[in-house]
Design a protein around this ligand. Sequence first.
Ligand SMILES: C[S@@+](CC[C@H](N)C(=O)[O-])C[C@H]1O[C@@H](n2cnc3c(N)ncnc32)[C@H](O)[C@@H]1O
Length: 339
Amino acid sequence: MPLDPVAALMLDEAGAVEGRVLVVDDAGGALTRAAADAGAEVLTWCDDLRQMSEVPPEHRILALPRGWVPDLVLWRLPRAVSAVEHYAEHLAPRVAPGARIIAGGRIKHMTPAQNTALARQFTEVSASLGRQKSRVLRASAPRPRPPRWPQRRYLREIGLTVIAHGSVFATNRLDDGTRLLVRTLARVAGEPDAAASRGVALDLGSGSGILAAWLAQRNWATQAIDVTASAVASTRLTARANGVQVATRRGDGLTGVAAESVDLLVSNPPFHVGGAKDSTPTLRMIEQAGPVLRPGGELWLVFNAHLPYLPLLRKHVGITTIEAQDRHYLVTRSLKDPG
Ligand SMILES: C[S@@+](CC[C@H](N)C(=O)[O-])C[C@H]1O[C@@H](n2cnc3c(N)ncnc32)[C@H](O)[C@@H]1O
């Protein structure tokens, strides 16, 4: 498979690919394959389960093995500065003193603030020239500083503490869409610390875990699924910080969720895959929602009003009403036929 421009530039900038090479967030698996073909000892870690599944299995890791110290890191740079900071905090204490970090991205997704975030953890940081709309940041000479992530925040307006890693959607803030969904759900989700269990709720794409922890506070038996490891870890931290139980899992959509097992499915669904706008995962989630809901179960979604989800919700779940709307978002409630 030909290399995309970012990967090609990264490999040119890396020079000799030898010794122990750690590949991070290897969309498509091309960097892993190229480094292995060059004869390096390659291990690959991806936050996103879908990216990990594209990496040849023998190179996949869930964490760096003890004593395995990379000489070279090939890293697809995330867009958010908080994510760059979070990754740099993990890399700096784990690489060899002479290690080189080669972080590549599309120029349109890069800002000088990413260099600053790297420079907190590495003494030497420089940028390559641009080529085919791509650029590489080089970092070396690690100087690990105390990590800033995960970060905690008390969200007074919804009475919840959120703890999030830097690579998670909205980090520890309350996204506008999530705020509208919580306010609207409050009409039906019950009071905090309700005595009787309300049934099974599932937060799909849980991010920092705001929705999951909020539902668990209201005595829903709550599950949370997200496709990234950092979101699952953040959801666990948020649940613990609020003293509630949430069963978390890294998963792609609703794959593996038992049929007719969920009473209340909620989501502020993804509108990006990597850097690009893409509704495909959400369309799949809507298709999968009907079968996992119990008869009479409900799907609550918040999404940008221009997205064409309403007819699909009616087709794949059932009667769908708009429960709230503001300048940007719709909150919808879809009812599975009670049978
Ligand atoms: C818009 S964010 C919402 C996060 C959180 N629920 C909130 O309201 O702040 C969407 C989340 O969906 C996750 N996601 C994206 N694709 C997914 C998939 N196929 N399966 C599960 N989760 C996914 C993302 O990692 C992200 O955390």
